[in-house]
Design a protein. Structure first.
Length: 255
């Protein structure tokens, strides 16, 4: 077993790896307030802190201690946290990836003259794991549509790619699970409005995918859609505008 980090496998780096534990739920950040004269605390909810993944590693006996150090040097360059978070895929859970980087120092214990053992602790600032093969949907006609999200176990923040023609005074309504988003344009037939719930932003791109302008002015309200595990409803309606199609990337994820 092993892992892939930034597209490079641990096996190719001459490192044998296995998960030593699994954090089922990330650390929680509780919002409690003490109220004088009242027992206990007032609970204002919670959210998730960063996720930490620990991987136990071994380097098999090399020809010399110098060769062992060379393997460790190559690994240090491969996992350099100065490059920021990279995609981490664990062989034990190959259907998802994390955005992670090294969390702390790596101390190699010398087992015999030219072999070593150590733990790698990765931190995921975004504690979610994302589907390696995302779920996508295409809606080509107006009306109400049912979408089935099968991957993940928590609410996802999808990307909506809308094509159509919207002139002044015209609108397209995108209603996701009873939450309405009004698109007021303007939008030409050669343009696509990309609405990214995860980044809480929108942009207008051309047919080559090049950004033309900020897309937030095309939205009447910043009411970004969300998709739940299981059945979701998406309703498309128009007011004088022309609807062409809506492509949805679910960004399915796990806690």
């Amino acid at each position: 077993m092993g892992f892939i980090y930034n597209g490079i496998s641990s096996q190719s780096m001459r490192v044998k790896a296995r998960l030593s534990n699994w954090q089922a739920v990330p650390s929680l950040r509780n919002s409690f307030v003490t109220v004088p004269g009242r027992p206990g605390v007032a609970d204002f909810g919670t959210d998730s802190a960063e996720k930490v993944i620990t991987v136990h590693c071994n380097v098999f006996p090399q020809r010399s201690f110098a060769e062992l150090v060379r393997v460790l040097d190559e690994m240090a360059d491969w996992l350099n946290p100065d490059f920021g978070t990279q995609r981490l895929i664990l062989d034990d859970v190959p259907d998802r990836y994390f955005s992670a980087r090294l969390y702390e120092a790596v101390d190699c214990e010398r087992l015999i003259r030219s072999a070593g053992s150590f733990d790698l602790r990765f931190v995921c600032p975004d504690p979610h794991a994302y589907a390696l093969t995302d779920e996508t949907y295409t809606i080509a006609i107006t009306g109400t549509h049912s979408l089935q999200r099968e991957k993940g176990n928590t609410v996802s923040e999808p990307v909506y790619c809308l094509r159509g023609v919207i002139l002044t005074g015209e609108k397209i309504f995108l209603t996701t699970n009873d939450e309405e988003l009004q698109v007021v344009g303007p939008l030409a037939d050669s343009e696509t409005l990309v609405i990214d719930s995860g980044l809480v932003t929108a942009k207008v791109v051309n047919e080559e995918g090049e950004t033309l302008r900020n897309g937030l002015p095309c939205l009447k309200e910043l009411n970004f859609p969300a998709l739940y595990k299981g059945t979701n409803t998406v309703k498309v309606a128009v007011e004088n505008a022309t609807f062409m199609d809506l492509n949805i990337e679910a960004h399915s994820r796990w806690r």
